[in-house]
Write a new protein. Structure first.
Length: 408
C-alpha cells in the first residue's frame, strides 16, 4: 500500500472542517452509537445516523431483508457481489436512546462530523420540528432530511413520498429551517424523472446542502424454485432499495446535474467502493462522499485504503487540497448536440496481447457494424470502411488495451 502522508485530506462542508471526505451514510453500518464510535476510531471523517423518527412512526423489520446480485452464474463459482437490495426500514430503536448516544459520540469524538438523519410525515410540521430541536440539543452537528427512503415509509407519506413532490419537499425544508440552528442537508431520491427539481425546491426553501442519491427502487430477482420474488419473506416480497457499484453511474449523473444547476454543496452517495470512485464524485461536484454497501461488504477497515488511494491521486495530480478539484470535470459535460461529429476513430487490435476469444468479432457481427472478422490465425481483422468507432469491441474485450480506438 502506498503511503501518501503529506497530502491534506481535510475539506470544509457547511462550515465544518472534516479531517477527510469519507462519511458513513445513514444505513445499517450506522445502526447504533457504538457502531459509529467504532467507525470513528477506525478513521472515518463523519457519519450519518440511521434515520431517526418518533417512536410512534417506527415499524419492526422483517426477515430476511436483503437480496444480492452477483457476477457468478453458477453455484460452484465464488460470488462477486455488485448490487444489494435492502428492504430494511429506518431505525427500530427508541428515540431517547439515540439522543443519548448522539451526545456520547460528540463528547468522545468532537472533531468527527455527526449528522442526524431524521424523518416524519409530509404533513407533520410538529413532528419534524420536534425532531430538529431534540437532535440539535443532543449535540448533532447537522441534520439530514430523509426525503428519499424508497420502501415501507412512502406508504405512510414519508421518505420518497416527500422527495418526489417538490412542493412538499420545499414545505418540509422550510419547517425545519425555521427552527434549526445547525446546517440542514436534504437527501434526494433517484426515483424521479429529474432529481434537480426537488433539489432546487429544497435549496430555495433554505437547505444548506444536498445529499444524493438514496437507493434505487428495484426488485432484485425471482427465486425460480419457489417463484417468489426476492427477498422472500415467508411467501411474500416487496420492492426495495438497490445499492452497490451498479448504481454509481446513476449517482454520478445526479451529482453532476445538481452541481451544474445549483450553487450548493453536495454530499455524493451511490456505489462508492474505492478511492477512485470517490475521486469521480468529487470531480463531478461533490464536496464529500458517503458510503454504505462497501462497508457492508468489506467492513470499516476500508477507510485506510480509501484515504491512502485518494491522497495518492492528489499527489500525482499536484493537488494540495480537495477544494482544488471539486467539480473540475464539469466543464467537460455538454449537451449531445454539441459533441464533435467531424473527427472519427476506428478500432485497432493489438495482435501481441489478443487471446483469440472471438468476443469482439461476435459482438461486432451481431450487435455492431460487421467491421471485425477472424483471420486464419483467429486474430481479429478490422475493415476500416465498415468500422464506425462505436467502441463495442473495446468494451467486451477481456484484455486491457488489446482493443482500442485510434484516429481514422
Amino acid at each position: 500500500m502506498r503511503m501518501a502522508t503529506q497530502t491534506n485530506l481535510s475539506v470544509r462542508f457547511c462550515g465544518f472542517e472534516m479531517a477527510n471526505p469519507f462519511i458513513l451514510s445513514s444505513a445499517p453500518p450506522t445502526g447504533t452509537g457504538e457502531m459509529i464510535k467504532q467507525a470513528f476510531e477506525a478513521g472515518w471523517g463523519g457519519a450519518v445516523t440511521k434515520t431517526l423518527a418518533h417512536d410512534r412512526d417506527l415499524l419492526a423489520n422483517v426477515t430476511p431483508r436483503l437480496a444480492s446480485l452477483s457476477f457468478a452464474g453458477r453455484s460452484d463459482e465464488a460470488k462477486k457481489l455488485y448490487g444489494l437490495e435492502n428492504i430494511e426500514l429506518i431505525t427500530d430503536r427508541p428515540l431517547d436512546i439515540w439522543l443519548k448516544e448522539i451526545g456520547d459520540i460528540k463528547t468522545q469524538f468532537p472533531r468527527q462530523l455527526l449528522v442526524a438523519s431524521i424523518m416524519a410525515g409530509g404533513n407533520d410540521r410538529v413532528g419534524w420540528q420536534e425532531l430538529v430541536r431534540m437532535c440539535q440539543n443532543a449535540g448533532a452537528d447537522m441534520l439530514e432530511l430523509n426525503f428519499s427512503c424508497p420502501h415501507g415509509m412512502p406508504e405512510k407519506g414519508m421518505g420518497m413520498a416527500i422527495g418526489q413532490d417538490p412542493e412538499v419537499t420545499a414545505r418540509v425544508t422550510d419547517w425545519v429551517k425555521s427552527v434549526s440552528t445547525i446546517p440542514v442537508i436534504a437527501k434526494m431520491t433517484p426515483n424521479i424523472a429529474d432529481i434537480r427539481v426537488p433539489a432546487k425546491a429544497a435549496v430555495k426553501a433554505g437547505a444548506d446542502a444536498i445529499s444524493a442519491i438514496n437507493t434505487v427502487a428495484v426488485i432484485a430477482g425471482v427465486d425460480l424454485e419457489t417463484l417468489a420474488p426476492l427477498p422472500n419473506v415467508f411467501g411474500k416480497s416487496t420492492h426495495g432499495g438497490y445499492s452497490g457499484p451498479a448504481i454509481k453511474p446513476i449517482a454520478l449523473k445526479a451529482v453532476a446535474g445538481i452541481s451544474l444547476d445549483l450553487q450548493v454543496q453536495v454530499s455524493g452517495i451511490g456505489g462508492i467502493e474505492t478511492w477512485s470512485d470517490a475521486v469521480e464524485f468529487i470531480l463531478l461536484g461533490a464536496t464529500n462522499v458517503q458510503l454504505c454497501t462497501a462497508v457492508m461488504f468489506h467492513g470499516f477497515g476500508i477507510i485506510e485504503e480509501l484515504k491512502d488511494g485518494f491522497a495518492g491521486f492528489m499527489e500525482d495530480h499536484g493537488f494540495t487540497r480537495i477544494e482544488e478539484f471539486i467539480g473540475k470535470s464539469l466543464p467537460f459535460l455538454t449537451d449531445h448536440i454539441n459533441l464533435d461529429r467531424e473527427r472519427k476513430m476506428i478500432s485497432q487490435i493489438d495482435e501481441a496481447t489478443c487471446v483469440k476469444c472471438d468476443r469482439c468479432v461476435i459482438s461486432c457481427r451481431d450487435a455492431g457494424y460487421q467491421a471485425l472478422t477472424a483471420g486464419p490465425d483467429r486474430i481479429p481483422k478490422v475493415d476500416r470502411n465498415r468500422c464506425t468507432g462505436c467502441s463495442l469491441c473495446v468494451q467486451v474485450c477481456p484484455v486491457w488495451d488489446c482493443a482500442k480506438l485510434v484516429a481514422a
